[in-house]
Each structure stands twice: as structure tokens, then as C-alpha cells.
Design a protein around this ligand. Structure first.
Ligand SMILES: Nc1ncnc2c1ncn2[C@@H]1O[C@H](COP(=O)(O)OP(=O)(O)OP(=O)(O)O)[C@@H](O)[C@H]1O
Length: 256
């Protein structure tokens, strides 16, 4: 059974058809890429699947359960974690606080526990810190745990956002342009981080990216979206050699 399935999803903003009869099958542990020119509808697809928008038409199923139109926090609690194109971090909180905050969805010591500082609370707090620190270490930002996010370089902020998404124990991770604004060195590090995260957690990953080299290197399957419609889907080699993709993307040049 597919982990995530989208059937004939259409979304209109007034008269604009931003997403048109979109279909997706994402298997457990698969890395899927979504590419396409600016304004093609990529982020709208993420927003529809993660519950920020409710599709005009279509059906979304996650782990056998229909999730079409459900609230974003509920969808997240089922195991869909995401990052945003425009980083959504609380600029005055520390790195560790960000990741622990996401982990609180797993905590059940309740109001009394929080107020009285029960042993259960102490134990769960210590566990939350431990999980958060191990995620920060995996993403190479553990030395920044006590720093306020505002003071971090952009690449480090992206890693913190990813650690926060991972802290909710997702089964699928949505990454919206994870390398935007990164230097070539940061980009290579991000490829390595995504590989590590993928191996360690066996997650499915669905990513939007403009840097084709990054997508071709990481993804097992790729969809190409133009004007809200998938014009091609296949493995990196098939996508690279697909005439419709070449035309949509780079005129007549071969993609590499
Ligand atoms: N909230 C909204 N209201 C109205 N139109 C919107 C809204 N969000 C997106 N659009 C329009 O829908 C289309 C798809 O936008 P979307 O942001 O999904 O594209 P994208 O492929 O993610 O682009 P980019 O690569 O630039 O991020 C665009 O024409 C955009 O202007």
C-alpha cells in the first residue's frame, strides 16, 4: 500500500487553476522530487497535502486514512512533517527550544505534571532534550543549541527547521526548497544530511527544488509540473532526457 496517495487533485484560486488533476503515489522510504518553473503550483501542492489549503477537488490518503481537508496540526500529528520555503522560525528562541517545542506533541505529563514538576515530567523533559540534542547533532548544529536563531547563518537556520520537523517523528518529510540561498558548500552538506536522515529514519521524503543537480542526485523519482499539471514523471535519467521537460526547463538543452 502506498504511504501517501493523491488522486485527481485540483485547486483553484478564483479563476486560476493552480493545480490541475494532480496524482501522486509515494511509497514508504521513497525520495520523490517535484520540479517546475516558478509559479507552476509546487508549493500549492505541499499546502494542499499538509492541510493549509483544502483542495477544490480530489482525494488525499495517508497510511490508509483519508486526510483531505483535515486541519494542518492533525495531519502533522499523523506523521507528515514539513519545512517551508520562507523559513518559519521564532527568531528569538534558541535552537534547542525550537526542537524541544516540536517534541512537546509527544509529551503527556499534563497541566498538573507541568505545574507540580512530577517525576514523570522530569523524565519526559530529559527525554525531549536528549532527542532534540541527538537530532541537532545529526544535522551538525548541536554546538549552536544555546544560540538564538536570529544570530545563525541561513544554512544553519535551514538545518534547525529540518530538526524541528524531524522531532515530530514524521513518516514522510516535505522539504520546500531546502537549498534556497545556500552556498555550493552548504548545498553539498545538505545532500549528505538528507541522505543520513533518510537512512537513519527510513523516511519517505518529498522535496521541491530548483537546483536540478540536487534533485537528480537525491531523488529516486521526479515529477515535473508546468502550469499546475504534471507533464512528466520518472527516474532522474528519464526526466533528464524527456523532451517535454527539456523544453519546459531549458529550451532545447540537455539537463545536467
Ligand atoms: N494564496 C494564493 N492566492 C491566489 N493565488 C495564489 C495563492 N498561492 C499561490 N497562488 C498562485 O498559484 C500559482 C502557483 O503558485 P505556487 O506558489 O504554488 O507555485 P510554485 O511552483 O511553488 O512557485 P515557486 O517555484 O516560485 O515557489 C501561481 O500563479 C501563484 O501566483
Amino acid at each position: 500500500m502506498a504511504l501517501l496517495s493523491v488522486k485527481e487533485m485540483t485547486h483553484r484560486f478564483g479563476g486560476l487553476v493552480a493545480v490541475n488533476s494532480y496524482n501522486l503515489t509515494l511509497e514508504p522510504g521513497q525520495i520523490m522530487g517535484l520540479i517546475g518553473p516558478n509559479g507552476a503550483g509546487k508549493t500549492t501542492i505541499f499546502n494542499l497535502i499538509t492541510g493549509i489549503y483544502c483542495p477544490t477537488e480530489g482525494k488525499i490518503t495517508f497510511n490508509g486514512q483519508e486526510i483531505t481537508g483535515l486541519r494542518p496540526h492533525y495531519i502533522a500529528s499523523l506523521g507528515l512533517g514539513r519545512t517551508f520555503q520562507d523559513l518559519r522560525l521564532w527568531r528569538h528562541m534558541t535552537v534547542l527550544e525550537h526542537v524541544k517545542m516540536a517534541r512537546y506533541s509527544k509529551i503527556d505529563y499534563g497541566f498538573t505534571g507541568a505545574f507540580l514538576g512530577t517525576p514523570k515530567r522530569k523524565k519526559q523533559e530529559a527525554q525531549a532534550t536528549e532527542v532534540a540534542m541527538s537530532l541537532l547533532e545529526m544535522l551538525g548544529v548541536d554546538s549552536l543549541a544555546d544560540q538564538v536563531v536570529l544570530n545563525l547563518p541561513y544554512g544553519a537556520q535551514r538545518r534547525v527547521e529540518m530538526a524541528r520537523a524531524l522531532a515530530t517523528d514524521p513518516k514522510v518529510l516535505f522539504l520546500d526548497e531546502p537549498t534556497v540561498g545556500m552556498t555550493p558548500e552548504e548545498l553539498s552538506q545538505m545532500i549528505q544530511i538528507i541522505r543520513t536522515v533518510h537512512q537513519k529514519f527510513g523516511l519517505a521524503i518529498f522535496l521541491i527544488e530548483h537546483r536540478l543537480k540536487f534533485v537528480m542526485e537525491l531523488c529516486q523519482r521526479i515529477q515535473t509540473l508546468v502550469f499546475g499539471q504534471v507533464i512528466a514523471e520518472g527516474n532522474p535519467e528519464e526526466i533528464q532526457n524527456n523532451p517535454k521537460v527539456i523544453e519546459a526547463y531549458l529550451g532545447e538543452e540537455k539537463l545536467d
